[in-house]
Design a protein around this ligand. Structure first.
Ligand SMILES: C[S@@+](CC[C@H](N)C(=O)[O-])C[C@H]1O[C@@H](n2cnc3c(N)ncnc32)[C@H](O)[C@@H]1O
Length: 164
């Protein structure tokens, strides 16, 4: 499924900041699109950290591959739900592909203890109850999570997987 465009600048800054906080982090982006988020993340990547990004739209993948050529980003074409779980666990996941409510449980299962999950593209000011993405992330006992406003009309969730 192809959906969505590029992440906004504030989210890219958030992601770059979190990447820099993971010196030996295994970092993944679910949904590369045109490589905007990936460019920000890989620019902040510590020397011993790794970064993989997955896109299932071949055209977008090609455009992003040109853009990310020569960086330390590992790019994969395909469905992250099939390809990424075996590459985990991850210390930072940007969940940015497809229906986040449906795939939240799988993404959370790919997080290392203390691993961080970021989900953007929320509409601010909505309550948790009745919102499938917020219920899946803010209401999940495996996570400690908060919602932050990233722009006047946009919010994101930052969630950390609890230690077992
Ligand atoms: C919102 S865009 C990603 C934006 C990008 N992360 C950024 O920061 O600029 C979502 C992308 O996820 C891709 N996608 C959707 N479902 C996917 C899946 N199951 N596996 C891999 N990519 C998927 C879409 O084709 C689309 O390009």
């Amino acid at each position: 499924m192809t959906d969505g465009g590029s992440s906004i600048e504030a989210v890219r800054r958030l992601l770059a900041t979190l990447v820099a906080a993971k010196p030996r982090g295994r970092i993944a982006e679910l949904g590369t699109a045109y490589g905007d988020g990936a460019s920000a993340m890989v620019a902040a990547l510590p020397p011993e950290a790794t970064f993989i990004t997955v896109e299932n739209d071949p055209e977008r993948f090609q455009l992003a591959a040109q853009r990310l050529a020569g960086t330390r980003a590992e790019m994969v074409l395909g469905d992250w739900r099939e390809l990424l779980p075996e590459r985990g666990p991850f210390d930072l996941l940007f969940l940015d592909a497809g229906d986040a409510a449906q795939s939240a449980a799988l993404a959370i299962s790919m997080l290392a203890p203390g691993g961080i999950l970021v989900k953007d593209d929320l509409t601010p000011g909505r309550s948790r109850d009745g919102d499938p993405v917020r219920e899946a992330l803010l209401g999940n006992p495996l996570l400690v999570a908060c919602e932050i406003q990233t722009a006047p009309a946009a919010a994101a969730i930052v969630a950390v997987r609890r230690a077992p």
